[in-house]
Design a protein around this ligand. Structure first.
Ligand code: URA
Length: 236
């Protein structure tokens, strides 16, 4: 049994204050009857809880899209530095979310956070070929020969070989889109270095069918829609 306002807030859809207001307005039904006390307790496994007629799903998996800003770590905790979890409200932090793959501290863009370990494993497994698209700005232009080298698969300074990657030249080649089908440490920076260029700015735009929502400013997040959860193979 959990307090009703806490249960509503734990879905991440409402703050505690908003949850209290919804309850007070009689918009929350427990087993068909309006419950107007935020302190009332309910068991989401035993009772049907509805908000504006829509059944509340508590305890399922959570999928969050974050527009990661530069300067925060893709980790769940760190004793010295801010992590992406620090950008989420307490209600969501309590749910055991972790980032699906890592972006470097100075990389921005799409980061999926979830507590669905099986989905994370599927999205990250190289055999599933989930494309990740990045926008990069470079200190010198890349050209057609670099595009061909990326397509063949470049060899990094440590001798490791990359899979074939897509390179689209924009803005005279100093801006590029890179499509990766794998996720090695600092991969794009090292691939660019193998062609004599340095990455000045890097942003992930998409991961498989999931695209960064253009309405999210840096540091902002939202829950995935039901359609997005279905598209990436999550449990809605
Ligand atoms: N490649 C990089 O070099 N850094 C990232 O954060 C992601 C891909």
């Amino acid at each position: 049994m959990e307090r009703l306002d806490k249960l509503l807030a734990s879905t991440g859809r409402w703050s505690r204050r908003e949850a209290k207001a919804l309850i007070k307005e009689g918009r929350v039904l427990v087993d068909g009857a309006p419950e107007r006390s935020a302190e009332a307790r309910a068991d989401p496994a035993a009772s049907l809880i509805q908000v504006d007629g829509e059944a509340l799903s508590c305890g399922g998996y959570t999928y969050v899209m974050l527009h990661k800003p530069a300067g925060v770590l893709s980790a769940t905790e760190d004793p010295r530095q801010g992590t992406v979890l620090d950008l989420l409200p307490k209600e969501l932090r309590r749910r055991g979310l972790f980032p699906v793959g890592r972006l470097d501290k100075d990389t921005e863009g799409l980061l999926l956070l979830t507590n669905d370990g099986a989905l994370a494993h599927r999205l990250l497994s190289p055999k599933n070929h989930v494309d990740k698209v990045y926008y990069a700005r470079l200190d010198r232009p890349l050209g057609e020969a670099d595009r061909e080298a990326f397509a063949r698969g470049v060899t990094l300074a440590d001798g490791s070989r990359c899979r074939s990657a897509g390179l689209t030249l924009l803005g005279g080649g100093r801006e590029v889109l890179v499509t990766l089908h794998e996720g090695k440490f600092h991969q794009i920076k090292r691939m660019a270095a193998s062609r004599g260029a340095a990455v000045c700015y890097l942003k992930r735009l998409s991961m498989g069918p999931l695209e960064l929502d253009g309405n999210l400013n840096k540091g902002e997040y939202r829950l995935l829609t039901r359609e997005e959860v279905a598209k990436i193979g999550g449990k809605g």
